[in-house]
Ligand binder design. Sequence first.
Ligand code: GLU
Length: 466
Amino acid sequence: MTIITRFPPSPTGFMHIGTARTALFNWLYARKNNGKMLFRIEDTDRERHSEEAVQAIINGLNWLGLDWDGEIVSQYARRERHAAVAHELVKNGKAYFCYCTPEELEEMRTRAMAEGRSQFYDRRWRDRDPSQAPANIKPVIRIKAPLTGEYIVHDHVQGEVKVSAENLDDMIILRSDGVPTYMLAVVVDDHDMGVTHVIRGDDHLNNTFRQNMIYDAMGWAVPIYAHLPLILGPDGAKLSKRHGATGVEEYRDMGYLPEAMRAYLLRLGWSHGDEDIVDDSRALELFDLDGIGRAAARFDFEKLNSVNAYFIKLADDQRLVDLLVPFFAKRNLTVRPDWLLRLMPELKSRGKTLIQIADESEFLLKLLPLDFDEKAKAQLNVEGQAVLSDLIFIFQNIDDFLQKPIDNACRQLADEKHSGKLAKVMMPLRAAITGRMVSPHLPIVLEVLGKDETLNRLKSALNPTI
Ligand code: GLU
C-alpha cells in the first residue's frame, strides 16, 4: 500500500507554526515511507477567500523546504462532486432532505437549551415521507447519525476514543443553497485523493467522529488517524501572539534557518530516545507515528535559538551570506559579499540567528564616519588617539596585511609602549574599526577589511570630518 498523507490548510493569510508542524509531520511520514504528500487548499470560505492568503501558505511550505506531490487541489473546485455524494447518500437511504424552517429550528434550539441538551435537532424529517415536503422551502441534506451504540476512533496518538450515539446529531452535509459543508468536503476529498493517513491537530479530533459517519454511510474505509497535541506557549497556555511570533514567515524574518525550524518543529511533539537534535536525514530514517507524544508540547524560544545556532554553524558560508542580504537591505546597507564571506567562519559561531549575525557584522558595511557608541567614544580619548596614531604608522609599514603580522604588530606596540597590556591597544583599535566594543577577533577583521579601509577607519576615528 502506498502511504498517502495530505496537507489541507485553510488559507488564513499566514502559516501558523502549528500548521507548519502538521505539514512537516505529514511530509516526513510520506517521504520516510516512499509515499506521497498531497496538498489541498480548503478554500470553501469564499467571502474571506484571497489568492494572497493561498500564496502565503505556499510560500511557507516552500520556505520550510517541504514539497508535495501532484497539483494543488482546490476544495472549492470540487464542490459539485461533494454535492453529488450528498445526493447519493439520500438515494441510498443514508441521508435525507430536511425542510425545517428557521423558526422551527430556533424553537428546537431553545427547547434543547432549556433541557440542557447539546443536540437540538429532533430528526423530524428523518423518516417522514418526502411527499410531505413543503413546496416553498429549499431543503438541506442531513446525514442519518447512528441512534444507539458508540462510535470509536482508533487514533495512533490518542488511543481509542469513544463517543456515544446520543452525542452525534444528524448533521447537515449539504446546505439549502447547495453548498457542501466542511465535514462532507473533507471526507469526500480525502477519499477521492486516496488518503491513507490523516495526521492533523487534535482540535479536529471531535470532527473525526462526524466525518467517520460519512465514511461509513458511503461504505468507504476510514483512514488511519494521528491527532497531534496542541502547541502551547512557554507558560502552558495555548500558543498565541501574546507569546511572540506565531507565523512561519515571522521566524524567517527573525533569522531562523528552515532546517533549524524543521528540526525544532519535529521535536515539538515527536522524539526518538533522547536524541536532542534530529536533522533531516536522521528524521527521514526514524520518523514514525509511535514517536508522537500525547502531551501538549511547549514552545521554548531558547531551545529554538540553540537549535538554530547549531544549524548556522553547519551551514555553508556562501549560503549564509546570501541569506543575510535582505537583512542588510532592511538596514539600508549594501552587502560586501567578499568581506562577509571571509569573516563568516568567525561570524557563524557568534550568532544564534541571522539577525544576530547581521548585528555582529554590520559595522563592516557602514560608511565612514562611523557612529560610535558611548563605550567606543570613551576609548577614543587622548590616550586612545595616541594609540591610533601609532597604529596608523605601524600598519602603513606592513606589506602583507594579514592576521598574523597585524597581531604581532599590535603585541609589539603593547610591549613597547603599554607595559605589555594588549587591551590598551586593542580597545581603541576596536572602537575605531567597529564603532563599538564587541566584535569578532580584530586581526581577522582587519585582514578582511584590508589595509586601505583599515587606515581610513583609523584616520576617520582620529578626525571624523575626513
Ligand atoms: N483545513 C483544516 C485546517 O486548516 C484542516 C482539516 C483537516 O486536517 O482535516 O485546520
